[in-house]
Design a protein around this ligand. Sequence first.
Ligand SMILES: Cc1ncc(COP(=O)(O)O)c(C=O)c1O
Length: 369
Amino acid sequence: MPIPLLDLKRQYEHMRDDMEKVLQEVAASQYFILGPEVEQFEKESATWLKVDHAVGVASGTDALLVALMALNIGPGDEVILPTFSFFATAGVVARLGATPVFVDIDPVDFNMDPEAIRDRLSDRTKAIIPVHLFGQSADLAAIREASGEVPIIEDCAQAWGADFEGTSVGGHGVMGAFSFFPSKNLGGFGDGGLVTTNDAELAATLRELRVHGQSGPYLHPTVGGNFRLDAIQAAVLRVKLPHVQGWIQGRRANSMRYVDLFTQAGLHEILGLPVALSGHGHTFNQFVIRAPRRDELRKYLSDREIGCAVYYPLSLHLQPCFNGLGYSEGDCPVAEQASREVLALPVFPELTQEEIEEVVGAIAEFYKD
Ligand SMILES: Cc1ncc(COP(=O)(O)O)c(C=O)c1O
């Protein structure tokens, strides 16, 4: 039987009735954009994340973009971010005319290396964006120390439910940006996002910016955009929210099972297994190994219909669109090596024990000689 990297149909089976009910309610209300569903979802997610304010937006990308806009970031400004991330983390900086400044990552957790920040700080640095990659919190204490007074915007897109030393991600920096892309720990039926903050003034600014910078009917003190969250996404996310902690436990249990089985098979000597650092609340949005002969292994698994993926094959500092920034190969060696070695395996909560055994068995077979 094929083993998909992610199978959302299994999740949907458990909530079909509840979901159909709320979808019908939204249809009956004909209230599609922002409105009561979004307001309720914002309240519930702020409570869930233990933050003061949560502002629903149209995607994780828009969450990052509007957070930078709220800090007035633009041409001439620099924003420091890890080079090993999804493109959006850097794309939003460039879209505002600011300069992304890429730093290398830590080889253990794949997150931004806090020490690398110090070398890249300048009087033009206007924000730092740590990414909680694969669902594990970056070292926010060390990042805070290295960053001085520079505002931190957390990219929490992959890390709903992760915490750093007991405080939810998204509650450490001036703002946190979440994504509800369907594959995330909490995923919608399409695009969606959220900005969190404990600053009431910033929350008000974000609310204006998401409706074209409108402060009152057809009055625009600033230029914002259309970053609004749809009612239908909010309704879907409200159905899922009470389940998300259980799903995260399922991801953690599956990850532990993988580690046990790989270790029993002696594969821990060959593979780099993910490390859940104490106090970093890993949620395993992705279970990512380092594998010798990675591309061969990837093909081997794909031929056997075992889902796997490479996040990310090319670091951001080497992306063609950033050629003009003057980076070259060798500038961020830890990230570049990760790009050659990483492979994400299926870890979704509904994965069965037999499927995990099959994945491990196939990998053991691949390395047997
Ligand atoms: C680290 C990271 N940042 C930002 C985003 C952007 O989120 P979205 O796809 O919801 O725009 C993603 C989504 O894949 C992500 O993984």
